[in-house]
Design a protein around this ligand. Structure first.
Ligand code: NAD
Length: 350
């Protein structure tokens, strides 16, 4: 099958033909129709994440092995099933839940495989969807699609699901002031999902006016370009000087996390999602004095993906896919994302 693989960080993806895997046991082979291009694919391609004080945390030190087919936002049609796979048939249209765990840790037992102690996520620790086919370990990692097109559904597996879980973790309630930092693939889903789950007043912060215009169209009540005005002052100005009830930081860099915590009101919740990385120096006494909560949020569980797909099937929000690339354009897709030239989400369609 055709595939795009990361052989080494920062080198162009390689497009060699590799053997099409044959599903064994409970495994299912899915013919990929669409694979979303997530900023996390970019971090993998770059070999890891920025840590504190200029350090770099290598993905390989965290269990990632190259060569790797990236791509964890995958939808397609079932091509073939292992002899012990049940519940689906050839030709079914499916979304893949990629946040596979090893199965026996406390998180996996609670159904939160995305938080597994020894994760085996597809497109991160195992081959993903930048290919003609993907092997899925079991039918329990598939969600059946009905009306939803595969090209619209693919980004739900990460950008949609991560936004959905982050909003739940933020506890944003009706009438509260919710700040979303970063109007990229995740942020644009979060604006819409927050309005579908509750009715918070949503402020979106970004550094790019085009994204902020789009954010408004998707339901943001206020937008702030943090290169043109001070984001903390702007948010306080919208809340009689009190600050935001919740901030979800889809960038999570040294700069955005500091402004996120500085704009929280008493009892505020800061949800850190982005992997841009860096460090945050905390004024420790203020954390209890103001009863802040700082929450790390990583993707989401299978149950939440099923709920999210049901909402999408009902048309509760618009998909944010703006560009489609061929598989042999995977390098271009990643470069466009890196250059900030993708509005919302791009997908690769083999
Ligand atoms: P994206 O590239 O589509 O969007 C990033 C957005 O952030 C862009 O709109 C950009 O203009 C904006 N931005 C950049 N710097 C900024 C700043 N200083 N202030 C305000 N806005 C700024 O990325 P994405 O696919 O939405 O992913 C966002 C981040 O979330 C990435 O680091 C990605 O790896 C991470 N991520 C985390 C999880 C998780 O589960 N925690 C899941 C998926 C992605």
């Amino acid at each position: 099958m055709k595939s795009a693989r990361i052989l080494k960080p920062n080198e162009p993806l390689s497009f060699e033909e590799i053997e099409t895997p044959k599903p064994q046991g409970e495994q299912i082979l899915v013919r990929v129709s669409a694979a979303g291009v997530c900023h996390s694919d970019l971090h993998l391609w770059e070999g890891g994440y920025h840590g504190p004080q200029g350090t770099f945390m290598k993905a390989e030190d965290r269990g990632v092995k190259f060569p790797l087919i990236p791509g964890h936002e995958v939808a397609g049609k079932i091509e073939s099933l292992g002899k012990d796979a049940h519940g689906f048939k050839r030709g079914d249209s499916v979304l893949v839940y990629p946040w596979v765990g090893e199965g026996s840790c406390p998180a996996c037992k609670a159904g939160d495989e995305n938080l597994c102690d020894k994760p085996k996520s597809l497109g991160v620790y195992q081959n993903g969807g930048y290919a003609e086919y993907i092997i899925v370990p079991s039918a329990k990692y598939l969600v059946k699609l009905n009306k939803l097109k595969e090209s619209e559904a693919a980004p739900l597996a990460c950008s949609g699901l991560t936004a959905y879980t982050a909003i739940k973790n933020s506890g944003a309630a009706d009438g509260e002031l919710l700040v979303i930092i970063g109007a990229g693939g995740l942020g644009m889903m979060a604006i819409q999902i927050s309005k579908a789950l509750a009715k918070p007043r949503v402020v979106v912060i970004d550094i790019d006016d085009k994204r902020l215009d789009e954010a408004r169209k998707l339901g943001a009540d206020f937008v702030v370009n943090s290169t043109k005005e001070d984001a903390v002052t702007a948010v306080k100005g919208l809340s009689e000087g009190l600050g935001a009830d919740a901030v979800i930081d889809f960038v999570n860099s040294s700069k955005t996390s500091l402004s996120g915590i500085s704009m929280l009101r008493r009892r505020g919740r800061l949800v850190l999602v982005g992997l841009f990385g860096g460090e945050l120096q905390l004024n420790l006494a203020l954390i209890p004095l103001r009863a802040f909560k700082i929450i790390g949020s990583y993707t989401g569980n299978y149950r939440d993906l099923v709920e999210l797909v049901a909402l999408a099937e009902k048309g509760a929000f618009k998909n944010v896919v703006s560009q489609t690339f061929k598989l042999n354009e995977a390098n271009k897709a990643l470069s466009e994302l890196k250059g900030g030239r993708v509005l919302g989400r791009a997908i690769i369609s083999p």
